[in-house]
Design a protein around this ligand. Structure first.
Ligand code: NAP
Length: 533
């Protein structure tokens, strides 16, 4: 028995909720399929200690409903995970979305049936669905990178991955805790747990540059001021490079300034205590090694000033890559945590982790006793979840095999060979990493909804990019990407964190504003480069 819908949406996080809302509003029958027991996606799963958003809340929100903007109050500039989860649950309730969502259900396979002109989706609960359109809203960072070490079964303590953190409180007070990973996630865990636990052992492979977050409480007065500004904020986020309210300086401007004047710009961005320090300085810092070195030195000085022991500072400050060439995390006491007597840094780059023993972890012949080990080891980003979903397009073409060889899409929105499959946050689009997620997924969802509506209104059944159009986009993407220094650095941005993954910059870095204009042009011109049948 299979249920039929016009559209199936996979995922009920930020994008899945809004995609479901938009398609339903446009008059399509929709079912969203979500693996978790509740909505929220990333903000459901990442319930680890210290998790909070690093985009300001007045930017990281939906813009589609004035009522929602009027009645939702934020409590902090950078709210913690429970608040963002509550916001998304509130949206699901307020817009009556739960009735369209199948929770605790995971897609096992999705197959394009050419004769019927629809997708057949089979889930792990044994249900089968058919739908003309399949929209992937599976999230960019949703398949955790799990590590396994020898003798894990002998370990008597607990092991957690941050992205599969229990939904119930885990009391770590007074415990001996180890953390592997010091990306944005590990940093939040480390700075939060350091004052709570009896001993914190950080197993660091590569040091990180992080920027001090300037968080503040949002009282009634600030909330009113934010609200009065919403029309301007919503205009700005859709017209800037990274979907925020700030932009980098114009190209060439840096060269007209003295080093002291450039330093003032860096100071100004640093003082904002936000990702303005990542995307708001000079574009040349991402392409010109000298400019990158100048900014890197500025950041190194800021970090050094927070660490008491110079030898420890040398270990905590990266030397193998420049600032801003990986995703920059925001921190609130991360480096200072290492000034504490109960926090120990263990370098696992020279002597990698050997494995577990019954009481803890063994590195370089040394035993580190632990009650709990936390893996903050990241994700198989961008492609990981969709590639595991058993997606088969025209003629049985496997998405996982295709992306195993060559991660390619057309504007991150569709893939040649997969008719009527639409991607939100897909690889090679700005929303895959280089745009405030809320801004860019809303733009893509608007485009996809309009495209599907166009198909209905023009009497077409399918939409698929041509191979030539896709090739053109991939080449353009690579050209823009390869002009940056980012491609020289190992990170999830380049796929280097996953063994065997193709090395290609995951996200389009030509600018969210440029991308939006291109999408609008394609729509206005009747979808050239896309075959409608
Ligand atoms: P990540 O940036 O990929 O960091 C993973 C960490 O695990 C790195 O320190 C990595 O070290 C380490 N690691 C992985 N495998 C290892 C191994 N075998 N041995 C030792 N160390 C290992 O992942 P993440 O911190 O979860 O962050 C991913 C992204 O999520 C962020 O960049 C950000 O976009 C997003 N995020 C956002 C927020 C927020 O909004 N506040 C919070 C958390 C995450 P190496 O560097 O040596 O590989």
């Amino acid at each position: 028995m299979s249920e039929a819908f016009d559209a199936l949406v996979v995922g009920a996080g930020i994008s899945g909720l809004y995609q479901t809302y938009r398609l339903r509003k446009a008059g399509f029958s929709v079912r969203a399929i979500e693996a978790a027991p509740d909505v929220g996606g990333t903000w459901y799963w990442n319930a680890y200690p210290g998790c909070r958003v690093d985009s300001p809340a007045n930017i990281y929100q939906y813009w589609f409903s004035q009522e929602l903007l009027d009645d939702w109050n934020w409590s902090e500039r950078f709210p913690a995970q429970p608040e963002i989860k509550s916001y998304l649950q509130h949206v699901a309730t307020r817009f009556d979305l739960y009735r369209s969502i199948e929770l605790e259900t995971r897609v096992q396979s999705a197959q394009w049936l050419a004769d019927e002109g629809c997708w057949r989706v089979i889930t792990d609960t044994g249900k089968t669905y058919t739908a003309r359109y399949l929209v992937s809203c599976v999230g960019l960072l949703s398949t955790p990178k799990m590590l396994s070490f020898p003798d894990q079964q002998s370990f008597k303590g607990q092991v957690y991955h941050t992205a599969r953190w229990p939904q119930h409180p885990v009391d770590l007070k007074g415990q001996r805790v180890g953390v592997i990973g010091n990306g944005a996630t590990g940093i939040q865990v480390i700075q939060t747990l350091a004052p709570e636990v009896s001993k914190l052992t950080v197993f660091q492979r590569t040091p990180q540059y992080a920027v001090r977050m300037k968080n503040y409480k949002v009282d009634e007065q600030t909330m009113s001021a934010w609200r009065a500004d919403y029309p301007e904020v919503s205009r700005l986020v859709h017209t800037t490079f990274g979907g925020f309210t700030w932009d980098p300086a114009e190209e060439g401007h840096a060269a007209t300034l003295t080093p002291d004047q450039r330093r003032e710009v860096y100071e100004d961005c640093w003082a904002d205590g936000s990702l303005k320090m990542f995307v708001g300085t000079f574009p040349e810092t991402l392409v010109d090694p000298e400019m990158n070195a100048e900014l890197t030195e500025f950041v190194r000085d800021k970090i050094r000033a927070q660490i008491n022991d110079p030898a420890l500072a040398d270990k905590l400050i990266p030397s193998s890559h420049g600032y801003g060439l990986k995703r920059v995390p925001l921190e609130n006491g991360y480096y200072e945590a290492f000034n504490r007597a109960n926090v120990e840094l263990v370098d696992v780059s020279a002597s990698p982790i050997e494995g577990f023993y019954d009481q803890g972890l063994r590195v370089g012949g040394m035993d580190y006793p632990l009650d709990v080990l936390i893996m903050a080891t990241g994700f198989d980003a961008g492609t990981g979840t969709l590639a595991r979903m058993g997606v088969q397009g025209r003629g049985g073409l496997s998405l996982s095999e295709l992306w195993g060889r060559d991660i390619r899409t057309t504007l991150g929105l569709q893939v040649h060979g997969f008719p009527n499959l639409f991607l939100i946050g897909g690889p090679l689009s700005p929303s895959a990493a280089f745009c405030n997620v809320q801004t860019c997924v809303q733009q893509q969802i608007g485009w996809v909804t309009d495209a599907i509506t166009h198909l209905r209104e023009s009497g077409h059944r399918t939409m698929e990019p041509t191979f030539e159009r896709e090739e053109e986009w991939v080449q353009h993407h690579d050209e823009v990407a390869n002009a940056t220094l980012m491609v020289t650095v190992d990170s999830w941005y380049t796929g280097a964190n996953i063994e065997g993954k193709q090395r290609r910059l995951l996200s389009y870095i030509g600018g969210a504003h440029v991308y939006r204009e291109l999408c609008e042009e394609i729509q206005a011109n009747g979808y050239p480069g896309f075959q409608l049948t």
